[in-house]
Ligand binder design. Structure first.
Ligand SMILES: Nc1ncnc2c1ncn2[C@@H]1O[C@H](COP(=O)(O)OP(=O)(O)O)[C@@H](O)[C@H]1O
Ligand code: SF4
Ligand SMILES: [Mg+2]
Length: 390
């Protein structure tokens, strides 16, 4: 069960036929991006108190573009994507803010109205293919059911389209695969089937939530390349969610870095890697394993833990783990500040690479070095000496 053995070009007649069946996309709303998320909050009522899983997220996504959403586990990435898609239970969930899709406000719609959007206009690929595939239903049926539900095509034509879809995601012997159950395929092939199911009705927007995390390293790049190819051909917008900044590095147009339910830095991918301003983004970057290093198999993690989302700290949410922290950070939460390049925003009082950031880091490093050499120094108060605030 190899993951890629079919090297035929899936573009051409098969894809044209499929795209014709899917029909033309609805006319775009003028002057609006495909997706506009404004100050979206998603909180959960629990016995412990209110969990602020998503706490005021704003971003735009244009047609045909890829937004990478990056952050450690628990930063709110999955809740954000499910909240946009209306895939969270109503009970115990408090959702505020706006989600405009093609100019239409989605937060007002009930589950029944949202069902028309799922599959046909927005679709999702999950981390574990087994959770989204029905283990007791043949693959062919899983695809044709979705096609027939949304496209009003007869059984024979739906079968033909399903076979073409499997071919388009480079699954060898598609005719045979349609008759198989999910457990008969490898993990990589199963994720390809999920991509085929997600793409079946030609969505304009695809959420891919850690789509390759559960896959073998060698298969990860193949699946990501396949998604990128499908996106280009369909001019589809994609939200690529991952904990690994390395995954989105060459694949996203823009990147939003999430921490404790907020976007803490946002920029085009080129600007983010050239001029990152958040110490958290810098820490995420240094946690990517370097292939050249002999110990590349060991993933460096950021020391400490993300804050409690029921009782978050008053100031900057990253303060307890930040190498640049100063007194001001503990007292005042930084707003989303504008960088020098258009579209670059970040939340930090002592940004990476700026004179105040360099000074803050040097002060903390010196205090730490002194403490480890036997001196007893409180890092925070040592750091808050002259020049400790901006
Ligand atoms: N239904 C829920 N009820 C309470 N807390 C939740 C619920 N779903 C998620 N959370 C919490 O919200 C936070 C964000 O979760 P999630 O979006 O899954 O993170 P990520 O996808 O970035 O790993 C976590 O602290 C998680 O425990
Ligand atoms: S505001 Fe302060 S604690 Fe927060 S990231 Fe910037 S330097 Fe670190
Ligand atoms: Mg998640």
């Amino acid at each position: 069960m190899s993951d890629v053995t079919d090297t035929t070009d899936p573009t051409g007649d098969d894809m044209d036929e499929l795209n014709d069946a899917i029909g033309a996309a609805p006319p775009p709303a003028p002057d609006l991006p495909l997706l506009r998320v404004t100050d979206l909050k998603t909180h959960f009522q629990t016995a412990r108190g209110v969990v602020r899983a998503v706490d005021g997220v704003t971003f735009d996504l244009d047609r045909g573009k890829t937004l990478g959403i990056v952050g450690e586990s628990g930063s709110g990435k999955t809740v954000l994507s499910r909240s946009i898609m209306g895939l969270l239970p109503k009970r115990g969930t408090i959702r505020e803010g706006s989600v405009l899709f093609n100019g239409k406000e989605l937060t007002d719609l009930d589950a029944k109205a949202m069902r028309d959007f799922w599959g046909s206009q927005m679709a999702m690929i999950f981390q574990d293919p087994m959770t989204s595939l029905n283990p007791v239903m043949k693959i062919g049926k899983q695809i044709t059911e979705s096609l027939r539900q949304h496209l009003d095509v007869d059984k024979g034509y739906a079968n033909e389209l399903a076979e073409n879809l499997l071919r388009s995601v480079r699954i060898p012997e598609p005719e045979q695969r349609l008759k198989e159950y999910p457990h008969q395929l490898s993990g990589g092939m199963r994720q390809r089937v999920c991509i085929a199911v997600a793409l079946a009705c030609g969505p304009e927007l695809l959420f891919a939530d850690e789509p390759t995390t559960a896959l073998d390293v060698t298969v990860q790049a193949q699946v990501l390349d396949l998604m990128a190819q499908q996106q280009r051909e369909r001019f589809m917008a994609t939200v690529l969610i991952t904990h690994d900044l390395g995954v989105v590095a060459g694949r996203a147009d823009d990147i939003a870095v999430m921490y404790a339910g907020r976007v803490v830095e946002k920029a085009s991918t080129a600007v983010l890697f050239r001029d990152m301003k958040m110490p958290y983004t810098e820490a995420l970057l240094s946690s990517i394993p370097k292939i050249a290093e002999p110990s590349h198999t060991r993933l460096a993690t950021i020391p400490g833990r993300p804050p409690d989302l029921v009782n978050p700290p008053v100031g900057c949410k990253f303060a307890a783990r930040c190498g640049y922290v100063q007194d001001r950070c503990l007292e005042e939460e930084p707003p989303l500040l504008e960088g020098t390049e258009p579209g670059h925003h970040y939340r930090c009082w002592f940004p990476v690479g700026t004179p105040e950031g360099i000074e803050a880091k040097a002060r903390n490093d010196a205090a730490r070095a002194y403490a480890s050499s036997g001196g007893e120094v409180d890092v925070t108060s040592a750091a808050s000496g002259a020049g400790g605030s901006v």
